[in-house]
Design a protein around this ligand. Structure first.
Ligand SMILES: Nc1ncnc2c1ncn2[C@@H]1O[C@H](COP(=O)(O)OP(=O)(O)O)[C@@H](O)[C@H]1O
Ligand SMILES: O=C(O)C1=C[C@@H](OP(=O)(O)O)[C@@H](O)[C@H](O)C1
Ligand SMILES: [Mg+2]
Length: 172
Protein backbone atom coordinates (compact mmCIF):
# COMPACT_ATOMS: atom_id res chain seq x y z
CA UNK A 1 0.00 0.00 0.00
CA UNK A 2 1.11 3.56 -0.71
CA UNK A 3 3.10 5.55 1.84
CA UNK A 4 3.76 9.25 1.47
CA UNK A 5 6.79 10.04 3.60
CA UNK A 6 7.83 13.54 4.67
CA UNK A 7 11.41 14.05 5.77
CA UNK A 8 13.74 16.93 6.57
CA UNK A 9 15.40 18.80 9.40
CA UNK A 10 13.74 19.55 12.75
CA UNK A 11 11.30 22.42 12.31
CA UNK A 12 10.92 22.09 8.52
CA UNK A 13 7.25 21.24 9.15
CA UNK A 14 6.98 17.46 8.75
CA UNK A 15 4.43 17.02 11.55
CA UNK A 16 2.40 20.13 10.65
CA UNK A 17 2.35 19.45 6.91
CA UNK A 18 1.58 15.73 7.33
CA UNK A 19 -1.51 16.63 9.36
CA UNK A 20 -2.72 19.23 6.85
CA UNK A 21 -1.99 17.03 3.84
CA UNK A 22 -4.05 14.36 5.52
CA UNK A 23 -7.05 16.72 5.81
CA UNK A 24 -6.78 17.52 2.10
CA UNK A 25 -6.39 13.98 0.85
CA UNK A 26 -8.33 11.99 3.45
CA UNK A 27 -5.31 9.71 3.70
CA UNK A 28 -4.60 9.05 7.40
CA UNK A 29 -1.36 10.47 8.79
CA UNK A 30 1.05 9.10 11.32
CA UNK A 31 3.81 10.98 13.09
CA UNK A 32 6.73 8.64 13.74
CA UNK A 33 7.71 10.41 16.99
CA UNK A 34 4.13 10.22 18.29
CA UNK A 35 4.03 6.48 17.47
CA UNK A 36 7.30 5.95 19.37
CA UNK A 37 5.99 7.93 22.36
CA UNK A 38 2.77 5.92 22.42
CA UNK A 39 4.52 2.56 22.22
CA UNK A 40 7.20 3.44 24.81
CA UNK A 41 4.68 5.30 26.97
CA UNK A 42 7.36 7.98 27.37
CA UNK A 43 7.92 11.36 25.73
CA UNK A 44 10.83 11.80 23.29
CA UNK A 45 12.56 13.89 25.99
CA UNK A 46 12.10 11.11 28.56
CA UNK A 47 13.47 8.47 26.18
CA UNK A 48 16.60 10.57 25.53
CA UNK A 49 17.01 11.39 29.25
CA UNK A 50 16.43 7.92 30.62
CA UNK A 51 17.89 5.69 27.89
CA UNK A 52 20.01 7.93 25.63
CA UNK A 53 19.99 8.74 21.94
CA UNK A 54 21.25 5.35 20.71
CA UNK A 55 18.30 3.60 22.30
CA UNK A 56 15.97 6.19 20.76
CA UNK A 57 17.46 5.46 17.31
CA UNK A 58 16.75 1.76 17.85
CA UNK A 59 13.10 2.44 18.73
CA UNK A 60 12.87 4.86 15.79
CA UNK A 61 14.16 2.25 13.33
CA UNK A 62 11.84 -0.45 14.68
CA UNK A 63 8.81 1.85 14.51
CA UNK A 64 9.69 2.99 10.98
CA UNK A 65 9.88 -0.65 9.81
CA UNK A 66 6.59 -1.38 11.59
CA UNK A 67 4.79 1.55 9.92
CA UNK A 68 6.13 0.56 6.49
CA UNK A 69 4.88 -2.99 6.99
CA UNK A 70 1.30 -1.95 7.66
CA UNK A 71 -1.12 -2.54 4.80
CA UNK A 72 -2.81 0.87 5.12
CA UNK A 73 -2.25 3.86 2.87
CA UNK A 74 -0.71 6.58 5.01
CA UNK A 75 1.14 9.85 5.20
CA UNK A 76 4.10 9.50 7.56
CA UNK A 77 5.95 12.42 9.13
CA UNK A 78 9.42 11.18 10.10
CA UNK A 79 11.65 12.59 12.81
CA UNK A 80 14.46 14.84 11.61
CA UNK A 81 17.08 12.16 12.16
CA UNK A 82 15.17 9.15 10.86
CA UNK A 83 16.77 8.88 7.38
CA UNK A 84 20.25 9.40 8.86
CA UNK A 85 20.47 6.26 11.04
CA UNK A 86 20.24 2.46 10.75
CA UNK A 87 20.17 2.60 6.95
CA UNK A 88 16.64 3.93 7.18
CA UNK A 89 17.28 5.93 4.00
CA UNK A 90 17.50 2.64 2.10
CA UNK A 91 13.90 1.90 3.14
CA UNK A 92 12.77 4.99 1.23
CA UNK A 93 13.61 3.26 -2.06
CA UNK A 94 10.63 0.91 -1.94
CA UNK A 95 8.21 1.05 -4.86
CA UNK A 96 5.25 1.78 -2.59
CA UNK A 97 6.96 4.81 -1.01
CA UNK A 98 6.77 8.41 -2.24
CA UNK A 99 9.40 10.34 -0.27
CA UNK A 100 9.38 14.12 -0.06
CA UNK A 101 12.13 16.28 1.45
CA UNK A 102 10.76 19.50 2.94
CA UNK A 103 13.76 21.69 2.32
CA UNK A 104 14.21 24.72 4.56
CA UNK A 105 17.07 27.21 4.90
CA UNK A 106 19.13 27.52 8.07
CA UNK A 107 17.41 30.85 8.72
CA UNK A 108 13.89 29.42 8.44
CA UNK A 109 14.81 26.50 10.68
CA UNK A 110 16.46 28.75 13.27
CA UNK A 111 13.49 31.15 13.34
CA UNK A 112 11.04 28.29 13.86
CA UNK A 113 13.14 26.34 16.36
CA UNK A 114 14.39 29.17 18.55
CA UNK A 115 11.05 29.38 20.40
CA UNK A 116 10.21 25.74 19.90
CA UNK A 117 13.12 23.74 21.23
CA UNK A 118 12.00 22.37 24.60
CA UNK A 119 10.61 19.13 23.17
CA UNK A 120 13.66 18.60 20.96
CA UNK A 121 16.38 17.13 23.18
CA UNK A 122 19.20 17.69 20.66
CA UNK A 123 18.82 21.48 20.92
CA UNK A 124 16.81 22.02 24.13
CA UNK A 125 19.76 23.24 26.20
CA UNK A 126 21.48 25.41 23.60
CA UNK A 127 21.64 29.18 23.63
CA UNK A 128 20.81 31.11 20.46
CA UNK A 129 24.38 31.33 19.13
CA UNK A 130 25.05 27.66 19.78
CA UNK A 131 21.81 26.74 18.08
CA UNK A 132 22.54 28.70 14.92
CA UNK A 133 25.95 27.07 14.52
CA UNK A 134 24.58 23.63 15.38
CA UNK A 135 21.78 23.83 12.82
CA UNK A 136 24.18 24.98 10.09
CA UNK A 137 26.63 22.11 10.63
CA UNK A 138 24.04 19.46 11.36
CA UNK A 139 21.93 20.33 8.30
CA UNK A 140 25.07 20.11 6.16
CA UNK A 141 25.85 16.62 7.55
CA UNK A 142 22.31 15.39 7.17
CA UNK A 143 21.61 16.80 3.70
CA UNK A 144 23.30 13.76 2.16
CA UNK A 145 20.51 11.59 3.56
CA UNK A 146 17.69 14.05 2.91
CA UNK A 147 18.74 14.23 -0.73
CA UNK A 148 17.86 10.56 -1.14
CA UNK A 149 14.19 11.60 -1.21
CA UNK A 150 12.42 11.21 -4.55
CA UNK A 151 11.03 14.74 -4.42
CA UNK A 152 12.03 18.05 -2.85
CA UNK A 153 9.73 20.86 -1.83
CA UNK A 154 11.22 24.22 -0.84
CA UNK A 155 9.29 25.48 2.17
CA UNK A 156 10.93 28.87 2.87
CA UNK A 157 8.43 31.75 2.88
CA UNK A 158 5.52 29.42 2.14
CA UNK A 159 2.38 29.06 4.20
CA UNK A 160 1.27 25.60 5.31
CA UNK A 161 -1.42 25.66 2.59
CA UNK A 162 1.10 26.59 -0.11
CA UNK A 163 3.41 23.73 0.86
CA UNK A 164 0.45 21.33 0.89
CA UNK A 165 -0.51 22.56 -2.61
CA UNK A 166 3.03 21.89 -3.84
CA UNK A 167 2.88 18.35 -2.48
CA UNK A 168 -0.55 17.76 -4.05
CA UNK A 169 1.04 18.80 -7.36
CA UNK A 170 3.71 16.12 -6.93
CA UNK A 171 1.14 13.48 -6.04
CA UNK A 172 -1.20 14.34 -8.95
N1 LIG B 1 4.67 27.68 6.75
C1 LIG B 1 4.86 26.80 7.73
N2 LIG B 1 4.90 25.49 7.45
C2 LIG B 1 5.10 24.59 8.47
N3 LIG B 1 5.27 24.92 9.77
C3 LIG B 1 5.23 26.23 10.08
C4 LIG B 1 5.03 27.20 9.09
N4 LIG B 1 5.07 28.42 9.66
C5 LIG B 1 5.27 28.20 10.98
N5 LIG B 1 5.36 26.89 11.24
C6 LIG B 1 5.60 26.33 12.57
O1 LIG B 1 6.88 25.69 12.54
C7 LIG B 1 6.86 24.54 13.40
C8 LIG B 1 7.18 23.33 12.55
O2 LIG B 1 7.27 22.26 13.44
P1 LIG B 1 6.86 20.78 13.10
O3 LIG B 1 5.66 20.71 12.23
O4 LIG B 1 6.84 20.07 14.43
O5 LIG B 1 8.14 20.36 12.25
P2 LIG B 1 8.96 19.01 12.26
O6 LIG B 1 8.01 17.89 12.53
O7 LIG B 1 9.57 18.99 10.90
O8 LIG B 1 10.00 19.20 13.34
C9 LIG B 1 5.46 24.45 13.99
O9 LIG B 1 5.47 25.08 15.25
C10 LIG B 1 4.61 25.24 12.99
O10 LIG B 1 3.48 25.82 13.59
O1 LIG C 1 16.51 15.54 14.26
C1 LIG C 1 16.48 14.66 15.15
O2 LIG C 1 17.42 13.86 15.33
C2 LIG C 1 15.24 14.55 15.97
C3 LIG C 1 14.09 15.15 15.52
C4 LIG C 1 12.83 15.10 16.26
O3 LIG C 1 11.72 15.13 15.34
P1 LIG C 1 11.27 16.48 14.57
O4 LIG C 1 12.15 16.61 13.36
O5 LIG C 1 9.85 16.22 14.19
O6 LIG C 1 11.44 17.61 15.52
C5 LIG C 1 12.77 13.85 17.14
O7 LIG C 1 12.67 12.70 16.33
C6 LIG C 1 13.97 13.78 18.01
O8 LIG C 1 13.97 14.88 18.88
C7 LIG C 1 15.29 13.73 17.21
MG1 LIG D 1 7.89 16.33 13.92
Amino acid sequence: MKKIILLGYMGCGKSTIAQNLSKNTNIPFLDLDKCIEKKANLSINEIFEQYGEIYFRKLEHEMFVELLQSSENSIIGLGGGTPCYANNHELLKRDDVTSIYLKASIETLYNRLVHNKSKRPLIANMNEDEMKEFIAKHLFDRSFYYNHAQHKVAVDDKTVDETVEDILGILA
